[in-house]
Design a protein around this ligand. Structure first.
Ligand code: HEM
Length: 210
């Protein structure tokens, strides 16, 4: 779970950084979207690198979901009778929402792929073959921006606890100071990644990027 989670963190970090190209305007963003498909050519075929990334993400997703399911079953078997009274004293919101938040993120990713990659859905009814225009049309539509911002809240919570958990699994939380550093890493990644992703939809909605 930790290793597949770290692969996702690497991907969303790079993807978030790439999305910020929207601030450089139409041509810069589309040039970037085009360039991604040419990485590794002529050694690799067109979109070859992209397909390696896609397959890596798909394998990580299967591993992540199967591990989550095994952990969930193990936790359920360890406490077959539910607590009569359950007080969440020492747990954080992010740790308590890992399961449902993870499921929400999975639904979001399916929607996101239908929206931008597989189906290319333009809520404004405009063109779908221009990545920049598709993105601007989408986030000028307020409810689309709301869906993405809610997903970014779920992503931030998941990253906050997931980063700590991954570092714990890998043995980096054995002392008080290393535990504090792991918690800080969770906060930093959650704010930088979820915050960075949110900038583009927000700036489009408020007309700064158009
Ligand atoms: C506000 C947040 C996000 C925005 C604005 C955004 C935007 C985009 C855009 C515009 C594309 C299409 C790029 C192209 O056509 O070249 C794309 C593709 C994609 N995004 Fe996002 N994204 C966001 C968050 C996420 C998150 C959280 C994930 C989680 C894993 C994700 C995963 C993907 C994947 C897997 C693709 C398909 C890449 C491919 O195989 O072609 N995105 N995104």
């Amino acid at each position: 779970m930790a290793v597949s989670g770290i692969i996702f963190i690497g991907y969303v970090l790079v993807h978030m950084y790439g999305n910020l190209k929207a601030f450089a305007g139409h041509d810069a963003f589309n040039e970037y979207a085009h360039h991604i498909r040419e990485i590794g050519e002529p050694l690799l075929p067109h979109e070859g690198f992209l397909w390696i990334v896609r397959i890596g993400l798909l394998v990580s997703l299967v591993v992540h979901v199967v591990c989550a399911f095994i952990l969930w079953r193990r936790a359920a078997a360890a406490r077959p009778v539910k607590y009569q009274v359950k007080k969440n004293v020492a747990s954080s919101l992010s740790s308590r929402t890992m399961r449902w938040g993870g499921l929400a993120l999975l639904l979001f990713v399916i929607w996101h792929l239908i929206h931008f990659t597989v189906g290319k859905v333009n809520p404004a009814g405009g063109a779908t073959n221009d990545p920049y225009n598709l993105m601007v049309d989408s986030f000028e539509t307020w409810w689309m921006t709301v869906i993405y911002l809610l997903a970014m809240v779920a992503l931030g919570l998941h990253l906050h606890h997931g980063t700590f958990s991954a570092l714990q699994t890998l043995g980096f939380t054995n002392t008080t100071s290393s535990r504090q550093r792991a918690r800080l890493a969770g906060w930093v990644l959650a704010v930088v990644i979820a915050g960075g992703f949110s900038l583009t939809p927000l700036f489009i909605l408020f007309g700064v990027i158009q």
